[in-house]
Design a protein around this ligand. Structure first.
Ligand SMILES: *[C@@H]1O[C@H](CO)[C@@H](O)[C@H](O)[C@H]1NC(C)=O
Ligand SMILES: *[C@@H]1O[C@H](CO)[C@@H](O)[C@H](O)[C@H]1NC(C)=O
Length: 466
């Protein structure tokens, strides 16, 4: 008994002191709402599940950087009640006008709340309205409907991996080939020796002529490095073809992105002539040895993890192990100098048939991102919208085949000839990663700058590698 009292008395005293301190602070403090009600839609007494009768200075919950009260005493001239005290504890409307929040799909949101509408952020303004940003989006439902509703010869689709990106971001992160400067554009064209009456087959598909040697479309992700992807793609096929299938390497775009850094900008874009120079002089390893890891646009780039040295006769050997520790073959693959073809469709067709897939520059417009199937031609669907919805940028791809006249009937009954090309936006995009594009009309500049190359294949390669 004695022990209990000695414990209890200091406890009671301590409690009284706390109460009086709290009380004095409460009486001296200005009303909580002198400068307006903040967070009038918030949940406080309700959240703490407290409501007290009379005066109870302990009946509080945290409110912003202070506390608010949920006892009846708070409701006096100088109010320090929590904003939801009246509604939650008394069941009456609060004595201040409730600011309007915003509604969406039947629900109420306080001002400051946000949601995303495709590529635009919407914010609930104090006036009770949703204020949305107004960027042009990469996937645009209106444009998809306009393409599919018009007779353009191709269909558009909504790609979930592009949904939420702005058109600017699409142009900035999904392309990545610099336009060749005039000195390169004026590079001598190599003309195929060709009889003007020469009749070429109506169809051609590299994968049928060279089974097992044409590599699948790649995926550059959000890396504006199509210069490296299209170069690796064309070189992989060409080395396989020119070695007659003795080597079928899938070459590493990452090797080019990280190591071919002279005048190149990795995932922020690069030049094709620089990429071919690197492939000829330094060479690259396979994608398995040096896998693709760049995910976002990386202006600073990643350090180069693969180097090579000459072993004489123009051949090179890796001086580092594969960045992928599970891969052991670090053979270096090289090409001969790349050559530019004429823009004549027949010459391009003939080169394709004789030597394999070619690289082409493509001017990508806003509607191309939504391509799903059919024969692509740039459409005027974005012309009804503000100028920011019309943008284009330079890309590069691998042409793998063509189909001649009279094969594909357009909605207007006309027939259309086209190229088949592999893009580097993954296999979910387009026709399993491929697209078809009108041929013979330089659609989106596709016939302006076309490049071929020979793999560097020696007799030893034919004998030893496989
Ligand atoms: C609360 O305060 C308001 C305004 O001072 C007054 O009209 C109302 O009667 C009070 N309610 C209670 C339950 O004391
Ligand atoms: C497009 O796809 C996204 C993601 O799958 C989806 O949220 C969106 O509602 C779709 N938009 C249209 C217009 O179909």
């Amino acid at each position: 008994m004695h022990v209990l009292w000695t414990l209890l008395i200091p406890l009671l005293m301590a409690e009284e002191m706390v109460a009086s301190q709290a009380r004095s602070r409460r009486e001296l403090a200005p009303g909580l709402y002198e400068h307006g009600v903040y967070d009038a839609g918030g949940s406080y007494c309700e959240h703490g599940d407290v409501c007290c009768n009379g005066r109870n200075d302990g009946c509080t919950v945290p409110y912003l950087d202070t506390i608010c009260y949920c006892d009846l005493f708070c409701n006096r001239t100088v109010s320090d009640c929590c904003p939801d005290f009246w509604e939650y504890c008394l069941g009456i409307p609060p004595p201040f006008p409730k600011p309007h929040g915003c509604t969406r799909a039947g629900r109420n949101y306080p001002s400051g709340a946000t949601y995303r509408e495709n590529c635009n952020l919407c914010t609930c303004s104090p006036g009770g309205r949703w204020d949305c940003e107004d960027h042009a989006c990469l996937m645009d439902a209106e444009l998809i409907d306009a393409v599919n509703g018009g007779n353009y010869g191709w269909r558009a689709a909504n790609y979930s991996h592009f949904w939420g990106m702005t058109l600017d971001e699409g142009i900035r992160y999904r392309l990545g080939t610099f336009k060749p400067p005039p000195t390169v554009m004026n590079m001598n064209e190599l003309h195929m020796s060709m009889d003007s009456n020469e009749v070429l087959p109506r169809h051609f598909d590299a994968a049928s002529k060279w089974p097992g040697m044409i590599h699948e479309p790649l995926d550059q992700g959000n890396c504006a490095g199509s210069w490296a992807f299209s170069t690796a793609a064309v070189a992989s096929d060409r080395i396989s073809i020119h070695s007659m299938g003795h080597m079928t390497p899938a070459l590493s775009p990452q090797n080019l992105l990280s190591c071919d850094t002279r005048n190149q900008q990795g995932c922020s874009g690069g030049r094709l002539d620089g990429a071919w120079w690197y492939l000829r002089r330094r060479g690259v390893v396979t994608d398995e040895c040096y896998p693709f890891t760049s995910q976002e646009s990386q202006p600073a780039g990643q350090p180069c993890m693969m180097h090579s040295r000459s072993t004489g006769r123009g051949k090179r050997q890796a001086t580092a192990r594969c960045p992928n520790p599970r891969a052991h073959a670090n053979d270096i693959y090289q090409s001969t100098p790349a050559y530019r073809l004429s823009s004549d469709e027949k010459e391009i067709m003939k080169e394709l048939m004789e030597n394999g897939p070619v690289q082409a520059i493509l001017e990508v417009h806003e509607d191309f991102f939504m391509y799903k199937s059919g024969i692509y031609r740039h459409t005027p669907v974005a012309e009804r919208k503000a100028p920011k919805h019309r943008q284009h940028g330079t890309h590069s791809v691998k042409i793998t085949g063509y189909v001649g006249w009279g094969e594909e009937h357009m909605p207007d009954g006309q027939t259309q000839k086209y190229w088949t090309a592999a893009n580097s936006w993954g296999k979910e995009w387009g026709e399993n990663g491929y697209f078809r594009i009108a041929r013979g009309v330089n659609e989106c500049e596709v016939e302006t700058f076309v490049v071929g190359v020979w793999g560097r294949v020696s007799v030893e390669d034919m004998n030893h590698r496989k």
